[in-house]
Design a protein around this ligand. Structure first.
Ligand SMILES: [Zn+2]
Length: 258
């Protein structure tokens, strides 16, 4: 038995070596480590080189919350130089969730510029895109389609169901996090999305609630992808082993893992 965590920020974990060791013990076979800016790309590159088990797969890019147009050329250059070692471009996208973000037209345009450039890079390098689309679901989908992206994943999807239907119709994937155990928008989305277009992840080191113990949040690390699986299988009323088998195949197919 094995499992993949398809979305973790390894460079942001407090205890990288310990987390990787615990993941290995927990039969996590591979982790896709996503990057948020140039420094994060460099750190993840170093982490991946130092680890053999679990296998670390790299995604490079610039997160919308860290979108800095001035740093983008250096980030793209670093990503391009490591292209043959990447499984995706990410985490990229748009995030206008907070009021201040919605009001700041200049920041929004900077995010849009960065997102579009990195989608173009994904297309050029023929790599899938890992898209962060909180509060911008429709615009992210439209942009990906405009650029002509073939393979995209809408990470931790919790948006409206009409946009979700269009994401799925485009052949894109969605992923889900440990929040599937309790968050209604996440649960509704995953109820609708077919398992064949779904990936599971932790978004480590994000804090999540523990089922039935809402007062004691925990900081996710890659081994907690088992929690995502358990809650996912329960929601879909599927046998856990059967769900895992399909989700593993999805991860292998989507990221082209060996
Ligand atoms: Zn993330």
């Amino acid at each position: 038995m094995y499992i993949y965590d398809t979305h973790a920020h390894l460079d942001h974990l407090d205890d990288v070596a310990g987390s990787l060791q615990r993941a290995h013990v927990a039969e996590v076979k591979g982790i896709v480590s996503v990057s948020i800016d140039l420094k994060s790309c460099q750190k993840n590159w170093d982490i991946a080189r130092a680890s053999t088990q679990p296998k670390i797969y790299l995604a490079m890019g610039m997160h919308p919350s860290d979108a800095r147009a001035a740093e983008l050329p250096a980030c793209i250059d670093f990503t391009r130089r490591h292209a043959s070692d990447l499984v995706a471009i990410g985490e990229i996208g748009l995030d206008f969730w907070y009021k201040w973000a919605r009001k700041d037209q200049q920041k929004k345009d900077e995010q849009r510029q960065v997102f579009r450039s990195l989608l173009e890079l994904a297309k050029e390098l023929n790599l899938p895109a890992i898209i962060h689309s909180r509060g911008t679901w429709r615009e992210c989908l439209d942009t990906a389609l405009e650029v002509g992206i073939k393979k995209a994943e809408f990470h931790w999807y919790s948006g409206p169901l009409d946009v979700l239907k269009d994401i799925l119709a485009a052949g894109y994937y969605v992923s889900t996090s440990p929040s599937i155990a309790y968050a209604p928008p996440t649960r509704e989305a995953m109820q609708l999305a077919p398992i064949e277009q779904t990936l599971i992840e932790t978004d480590s080191p994000v804090m999540f609630k523990e089922e039935g113990r809402e007062d004691t949040p925990f900081k996710a690390e890659p081994k907690d992808v088992w929690r995502t699986l358990k809650a996912y299988a329960a929601l879909k009323q599927m046998d856990e082993a059967k769900a895992l088998n399909i989700l593993n195949q999805n991860a292998q197919r989507f990221f082209n893992l060996e």
